[in-house]
Design a protein around this ligand. Structure first.
Ligand SMILES: *Cc1c(COP(=O)(O)O)cnc(C)c1O
Length: 215
């Protein structure tokens, strides 16, 4: 398990050296508690999870021990989980459709809690992938903000096996055009490229924790 500490310290050093403005999200999905504990012991507080149920099973007790933990939802959100997501997460990075916007707004009002929202953009127009199409992003962003959602950024997952840089650049252009400060992009294989393109949040899982348990 020692490699986790070494990997996290190395990546943190790289990220901090490349940008004062980039935060490292440790993606802890499908990782066992003892691995997560190592990162907490060396000060990691920002984590990403991709499923509401899994996050609910793991994080409430850890949040009691470490109240400054920040949790980001980075996986698809079903509207019927909006209530639990608003209650647990500090940011929801996968807002991508009007129905979900409505559900989140309703829950934020009911719970008087306003986790930041990032809009996920399907920069590669991949049919199997979540996210608004880039051509529809401006309208959707404007609508969400007009409705009163706390939209602060954009998120993308470039197509596997493609050069991610054009996707990062597109996301940055969309964010600038809409005055959104946060850009969540870059994973284990390309986080340094993402930072060079202006990422404010990189989402790194396997490069910190090693391979995930079978999904
Ligand atoms: C799993 C996941 C990551 C982390 O991927 P790694 O390649 O393990 O770093 C980042 N972003 C999202 C949306 C994910 O689902």
């Amino acid at each position: 398990m020692n490699h986790i500490k070494d990997s996290l310290l190395k990546i943190r050093y790289q990220v901090n050296g490349a940008s004062k403005n980039a935060a490292l999200i440790a993606v802890s999905k499908h990782q066992p508690p003892e691995k997560v504990a190592i990162t907490l012991q060396i000060g990691q507080r920002l984590f990403g999870e991709n499923r509401v149920q899994e996050a609910l099973a793991k994080w409430p007790t850890l949040k009691e021990a470490y109240p400054d933990i920040q949790l980001h939802l980075i996986g698809p959100l079903q509207t019927n989980k909006a209530k639990e997501a608003v209650a647990l997460f500090d940011a929801i990075q996968t807002l991508d459709r009007p129905k979900l916007a409505t559900a989140l707004l309703k829950e934020m009002q009911a719970q008087n809690r306003r986790p930041e929202c990032y809009i996920q953009v399907n920069t590669g127009h991949e049919p199997q992938k979540a996210g608004v199409m880039p051509e529809e992003a401006d309208n959707f962003i404007r609508q969400c903000i007009a409705d009163g959602l706390p939209v602060t950024g954009l998120m993308c997952i470039p197509p596997a096996g493609e050069d991610p840089v054009p996707h990062f650049t597109l996301l940055k252009t969309l964010a600038q055009r809409n005055n959104l400060p946060n850009l969540s992009m870059g994973m284990s294989g390309d986080y340094m490229q993402a930072i060079a393109c202006g990422a404010t949040h990189v989402r790194v899982g396997t490069a910190i924790f090693g391979e995930r348990a079978g999904i």
